[in-house]
Design a protein around this ligand. Structure first.
Ligand code: COA
Length: 379
């Protein structure tokens, strides 16, 4: 470091940095609100299907009935994956984490896609839709292979939500369960420049392709500080096991200065806009299934975190128990997040590509001063 150079302000974690403009979504922490293309997320969750929201994120406007029907038909026709990928999936280690499996499967789809190298807007959009259609098929096939089960083939008559349940669980649940799942997909779809979305944009900025950007996005989402938190939440709820000891358990976390998963957020400091809607549907799931333990523990934890630390839950907090109540095994929770976030990621990839500049920040060097390389005998 030169003595004459003043150290610049370092924005560790890029806190508070505006890295670009975007027209896709807006987080308003002062009112705890989030909009996709101008529509409040809770309004979308109550009134739209996930397919409509996917269309909105990509096209900028909600579809009319004819556009929605054509879109659903196009997606349904792209759901199947080829025999080579089925073979590769069967070779995955049985104990591989499903996030590693889906990351590898998406990367493999890039080997097979006829337009991988074409980064024109039209080709990138077609690839996004193909990935959106095929990701649930990959998640289902990998999960079932890890359990020694044959894959379920996609049924073109199924909605997005019906398809996911069928491919993973081999059954389509009742409408209340499908609605709660669809709501979770809508709430998970997009959230401005979070770590995985920014990763996807960064990969895109070098001129790399859609499959590369999405593969990197999945890798980023896996981390427990990001998407992996929904799995960590359910592990935590299971470890506690009983609402009566939730506050005591939390105190031991405070004593060890440990993180409590599913709480806190980089942008929202007084509540996550998506939580009330997801909580409502998680509570509904508890009623439908008749298992109220997890939401009872959740209420104790949320109450105590707010009272003692003034920290609010984030979306992963109600999503974790909701997915458990829907019958999904814990390692599938973050892959389900992938099945949704592919829409937001790819909308950002398209936006980055439309007005691209290589993303390349600076680092402030604090290593050794420049020095000569000593001969091997002198080291
Ligand atoms: N449990 C306990 N304390 C927490 C916390 C949590 N989940 N989240 C934040 N805090 C504390 C921090 O330790 C810090 O305390 P300090 O000022 O005494 O050091 C303070 O709150 C401010 O948090 P900060 O670390 O500045 O927040 P951040 O913006 O860097 O981190 C997260 C945001 C999401 C990474 C962080 O809240 C976290 O790790 N949460 C748990 C994982 C999770 O749920 N991730 C999903 C996010 S959607």
């Amino acid at each position: 470091m030169s003595d004459t150079e003043a150290k610049p302000t370092i924005y560790k974690g890029l806190v508070g940095v505006y890295a670009d403009v975007s027209t896709i979504s807006k987080v308003m922490p002062e009112t705890n609100s989030l909009t996709y293309r101008g529509y409040a997320v809770q309004d979308l969750a109550e009134n739209c299907s996930f397919e409509e929201v996917a269309y909105l994120l990509w096209e900028g406007e909600l579809p009319n009935a004819a556009q929605l029907a054509a879109f659903k038909e196009e997606i349904a026709s792209e759901r199947e994956i080829g025999p080579a990928l089925h073979r590769v999936i069967r070779e995955f280690p049985k104990d591989a984490h499903p996030m590693d499996a889906i990351r590898t499967a998406v990367s493999f789809l890039g080997l097979e896609d006829p337009e991988t190298a074409d980064v024109s807007h039209a080709a990138q959009y077609r690839k996004a839709k193909r990935l959106f259609a095929k990701i649930p098929t990959c998640i289902g096939a990998a999960y079932r292979a890890s359990r020694g089960l044959d894959p379920v083939m996609p049924d073109a008559r199924h909605s997005f939500a019906e398809n996911v349940f069928n491919l993973i669980q081999g059954r389509v649940p009742q409408p209340e369960v499908l609605k709660s799942f669809d709501v979770s997909m809508i709430l998970y779809a997009e959230h401005t420049f979070n770590a995985s979305t920014y990763t996807a944009r960064l990969v895109t900025s070098s001129g790399a392709d859609m499959h590369g950007a999405i593969t990197a996005g999945i890798a980023s989402l896996k981390g427990p500080l990001h998407g992996g938190a929904n799995e960590a939440v359910m592990h935590m709820l299971k470890e506690i096991g009983d609402p009566a000891i939730a506050r005591e358990w939390l105190q031991s976390r405070f004593d060890h200065k440990a993180l409590v998963m599913g709480f806190g957020h980089r942008v929202y400091k007084s509540g996550d806009s998506r939580v009330p809607t997801m909580k409502k549907y998680a509570e509904k799931m508890a009623e439908v299934v008749g298992d109220r333990t997890w939401m009872a523990i959740s209420r104790e934890l949320a109450d105590e975190m707010l009272t003692k630390k003034n920290i609010h839950p984030n979306l992963d907090f109600p999503a974790g128990p909701a997915y458990h109540l829907m019958g999904f095994e814990i390692p599938l929770f973050t892959p389900l997040f992938v099945a949704s976030r592919i829409t937001g990621w790819s909308a950002h990839v398209l936006e980055q590509g439309a007005d691209n500049r290589l993303i390349r920040p600076l680092s402030w060097y604090e290593g050794p001063e420049q020095r000569p390389v000593p001969p091997l005998s002198a080291r």
